[in-house]
Design a protein around this ligand. Sequence first.
Ligand code: AMP
Length: 280
Amino acid sequence: MKLFSSVKDIRVFLNEQKSLGKSIGFVPTMGALHEGHLSLMRKAKTENDLLVVSIFVNPIQFNNKNDLQKYPRNLEDDSQMLEAVGCDILFAPDEKEMYPEPINKTYDFGPLAEVMEGKFRPGHFNGVAIVVKRLFDIIEPARAYFGEKDFQQLTIIKKLVEIEKMDVEIVPCPIVREEDGLAMSSRNRLLTPDQRKVAPFIYKTLQEAKLRRNHICANPLRQMIINVFEGNENFRLEYFDIVDDKNLQSINGWNNKVGTIACVAAWLGDVRLIDNIRII
Ligand code: AMP
């Protein structure tokens, strides 16, 4: 695996590779890698000639300083996992390399960015969009892989590609879970053993929502699940919503022609966890 931290150097190398006709599959990450990340990489490996992975903890997408400070970082372990999965190129720039100029771009994603994560993490998606645009400009991949774990992010990235008219295929990848159902996340390693034990409650409750969909209308089901989360003293619910998978707005009734997902964000101690499940 080749390691680059300079934008100029990786561009030179990738331009050479592209002139040889090699296609590039790209997986952007913030490191602290786990099986969820690796599943994206394995898929990218099979669909492209070269796999490029980036590791960059993007400060401008954190609306909470404490969250940024305690975000897990471990480049050595990550490198070993990347070697094992057959990553060809790791791009791990520092902040100066990523943002040599002051950043003042503001994207308008409309209602997509006004709900759920967008509502509770002001500025988050603008920061995500800026870093992804910059990474796409540097790497110029044929395909880029994103997890459905961050469903709203995936939707925003598709919109970003449309707005910026970028020539890259966005490939969605399914959520990878621990055996007990907890969605894999770099933040899981911040949980205490006791918190880790109760964390699967999130997915169990999402599954319950899915099971009840044939028996209850969307609005009472939404309220019922909110009550279930609020009734568990281990968690502090930020939002639970049942939304249209295209425009991410709340739905008021079931329609088999409208893709529907249930999304949740909840705090377990001072760790914020998100998850979602497809209902229709
Ligand atoms: P992150 O390092 O958290 O920014 O995540 C990098 C990419 O991995 C994003 O596209 C995430 O959606 C994806 N990802 C993170 N966790 C999972 C998971 N449990 N299953 C599938 N994809 C994931």
